[in-house]
Design a protein around this ligand. Structure first.
Ligand SMILES: [Zn+2]
Length: 452
């Protein structure tokens, strides 16, 4: 309203300004400029929320101000008068925008493909922003042969920040027999594509290999070393099963990622034994720097692995969905649901936030501008509500855990823009704004007159 009045008055102000002498103009500027600089320095202020930012060790009540696409200030109290827009975040948690480290986003229309240019991969914006996820990493949908197609179809067309693990298989996750083709696993060609697209490709992926053979692991690790990025392993479907102890302690390098860490599936060794005891080398692997990633998916999260592992002190360093059409409507659902499961298994809220923000940002080297709320960082923010009540959570075997906490997303900010506002927190009440029904536009013509 003030803005509208200002623009209406502008011609008169210019006229009056012209009437002043140079000396008076200088005096007036000396008086006005400091006032103008102190008033409304920020575009947007989130006030009164409980801020959790692992990088900066913040866990308490802080206000956070945004200017343009960056975080401009974080302080115990920032005056409302400093911002053009103020959002009341009382009783809510304010965190960095969530980062989903394992999703399948190479959507397309190839009828015979599994997760590359396929119907089972999903366009990110429908499955990320409403759950506080501002960055999602495609986990190997594309390889060096079809990465550019993935960029055109998904990265360039999405509001969500999309990154990628490049599959060591040249044609990515087209399914079998393509994903079993050792001849298409070329570390140097993979590394060349990484060097062409360093802004988007953050790791190498190996998945779904069924042979009792370490060659694919060697090729993926070699590509990771050429490109100086980590390797994520979905290990595997081999018969007989290959040893995860060897994978963790001898084959992978510190910083590499073991996804599906709470799986208990045929052809994939579990991190707990039959009595539920955490295998001792798992702790050794974590100490060595191997990253345990959740990668829930449609077949890789069992209560009978996750519950005993967490009870014995194990913590996944990163929480991710393994989003695709086979997981979104089952036990996985979305990033916040997976975080809620771990919250109800005994991880603290600070731990699940860190494992969905700061830690994944570090793991894939996007931590300069993402995963934290430092002044100057990109303004990607999730505003979450922790509900308390009676909730049920399902694993991939279809069994239920009763829990008392559930996370929901009230507001998502991406690069300083509100991209999800569940209950209109950042929107003015309709009867308190003075705008015409059609704001400056002619009525939309809905019907075409029939020809005479
Ligand atoms: Zn996956």
């Amino acid at each position: 309203m003030l803005c509208v009045r200002f623009f209406v008055a502008m011609p008169y102000l210019f006229y009056l300004w012209d009437l002043l002498s140079s000396c008076r103009k200088i005096c007036l500027l000396t008086l006005i400029l400091p006032l103008a600089c102190s008033a409304q320095s920020y575009d947007f202020l989130l006030k009164g929320g409980h801020l959790i930012d692992a990088k900066n060790g913040l866990n308490g009540n802080f206000d956070i101000a945004i200017q343009g696409d960056r975080i401009a200030a974080v302080a115990r109290s920032i005056p409302k008068s400093k911002a053009k827009k103020v959002v009341d975040a009382t009783d809510l948690y304010v965190t960095p925008g969530l980062i989903d480290l394992h999703a399948h986003l190479f959507w397309g229309t190839s009828e015979d493909a599994y997760l590359a240019d396929s119907y089972s991969s999903l366009p990110p914006d429908g499955f990320t922003l409403q759950y506080g996820v501002t960055t999602a990493v495609d986990a190997g949908g594309a390889g060096w042969r079809n990465f550019e197609q993935f960029k055109r179809q998904t990265i360039d067309k999405s509001q969500t920040r999309v990154k990628a693990f490049l599959n060591i298989v040249g044609s990515g996750m087209r399914g079998d027999p393509d994903e079993q083709d050792l001849n298409d696993m070329n570390p140097k060609l993979a590394a060349m594509i990484v060097y062409q697209y360093p802004e988007y490709i953050v790791g190498i992926k190996l998945a779904h290999f069924k042979g009792p053979d370490w060659t694919p692991v060697h090729r993926a690790v070699e590509a990771g070393q050429w490109a100086k990025i980590p390797v994520m392993v979905d290990f595997g479907r081999a018969q007989p099963t290959l040893s995860i102890e060897r994978l963790f302690l001898k084959e992978l390098n510190p910083g590499d990622i073991f996804t599906h860490c709470f799986a208990n599936a045929l052809g994939r060794e579990s991190i707990v034994d039959e009595s539920g005891t955490l295998k001792p080398f798992v702790t050794e692997a974590i100490d060595r720097g191997i990253i345990m990633d959740v990668g829930h998916g449609g077949g890789s999260f069992r209560w009978n692995v996750a519950a005993p592992a967490l009870k014995q002190g194990m913590r996944p360093q990163t929480i991710s969905t393994d989003l695709h059409s086979g997981s979104m409507n089952k036990g996985m659902k979305n990033q916040l649901n997976v975080m809620s499961k771990l919250l109800n298994l005994g991880m603290s809220l600070e731990e699940v936030i860190e494992a969905s923000t700061w830690k994944p940002a570090q793991v894939v080297g996007i931590d300069k501008e993402l995963g934290h709320l430092s002044v100057g960082a990109l303004a990607d923010i999730a505003v979450l509500r922790r509900k308390e009540g009676k909730f049920g959570f399902i694993d991939v075997a279809g069994t239920r855990l009763d829990g008392e906490y559930k996370l929901e997303c009230e507001l998502t900010v991406l690069g300083g823009e509100v991209v999800w506002d569940h209950n209109g927190l950042a929107s003015p009440a309709w009867d308190e704004v003075d705008i015409p029904p059609s704001p400056g536009r002619p009525e939309v013509q809905h019907f075409i007159d029939p020809p005479q």
